[in-house]
Ligand binder design. Structure first.
Ligand code: ZN
Length: 285
């Protein structure tokens, strides 16, 4: 058991927590770690991506629905506390929502930092996880989560700044999620084809070649074999966003568990001694 430890993850929208690192949250929560989620927006710009939910009145209350979906998912995963920064979803790149003054993209950086630092100082996490510099996905809210999250790791410890945000706290380790690596997709894709399963990853892998996207470095692999089913349940809780017959569920959990039972991370900074490769986000603590 990992008593008195805290893992804090920072995400852009409801559902990001279930598609990136959800098994890790469930595993650490089960081991007694306090798992805290900070969510920047309520995802009001999200499309209805599940045909079953494409009904009148759904789009109008997207923010409420997505917050409720997030709460259900977090209950399943064992998240102890959710902080909503409450900014407006900025929408996809170059969409008009980017210009909304209430959007996360347009938010006053000092305001965001003061609030994020306050949450970190109140919760005192050992480990903080956010996004990389958009090697995978350039949604404006994700880029901002990367920028603010990375800054907050040091900022929360700065005694002379953010004086109204609580007593300084040094987070011990900063990671980026590395969930959609080519190597992982290839392994699952190959295994699916070998078993006669129609893999949805072919198109994704083809596009990869086209864009020559930089591969995320992996320093840390967390074994989540026992938490793959709960991860899928959490994802399904996002009923407006996730089609149970769609992409995310084309590959059976059982195959993923056999072929790639890990969630991947990149260690960015550590205030403790640790030597990658690691199999634990708390290694060295
Ligand atoms: Zn997102």
């Amino acid at each position: 058991m990992q008593k008195n430890r805290c893992l804090m993850v920072f995400h852009a929208h409801p559902d990001d927590e279930s598609s990136k690192g959800a098994g890790t949250m469930a595993r650490y929560a089960a081991e007694g770690v306090r798992v805290v989620l900070v969510c920047a927006t309520r995802g009001e710009e999200g499309e209805i991506l599940n045909p079953r939910m494409d009904r009148p009145g759904i789009k109008e209350k997207m923010a409420e629905l997505r917050v409720a979906e997030l709460e259900t998912a977090c209950d399943l995963l064992g998240v102890e506390r959710i902080y909503h920064l409450g900014y407006r979803d900025s929408g996809m790149p170059e969409s008009p929502a980017n210009d909304n003054p209430k959007s996360f993209y347009r938010a006053d950086p000092d305001d965001v930092m003061a609030r994020l630092v306050k949450i970190i100082r109140a919760e005192r996490p050992d480990v903080f996880v956010c996004y990389d510099e958009s090697k995978g996905y350039n949604h404006p809210d994700h880029v901002k989560v990367h920028e603010y999250g990375t800054r907050a790791f040091e900022a929360a410890a700065e005694a002379d700044r953010w004086a109204d945000s609580g007593a300084p706290w040094q987070v011990k380790k900063l990671y980026y999620f590395a969930p959609f690596r080519r190597e992982r997709l290839q392994k699952i894709h190959k295994a699916a084809l070998a078993e006669g399963i129609d893999s949805p990853y072919q198109e994704w892998l083809d596009r990869w070649d086209e864009y020559e996207r930089e591969e995320q470095e992996v320093t840390t692999q967390v074994d989540v074999a026992d938490f793959i089913e709960v991860r899928s349940k959490a994802l399904l809780a996002h009923a407006t966003q996730i089609d149970p017959d769609g992409f995310w569920f084309a590959i059976p959990d059982e195959l993923v568990k056999r072929v790639y039972p890990w969630e991947d991370y990149t260690l960015i900074a550590a205030k403790v001694d640790t030597e990658p490769p690691e199999d634990d986000l708390f290694a060295g603590l």
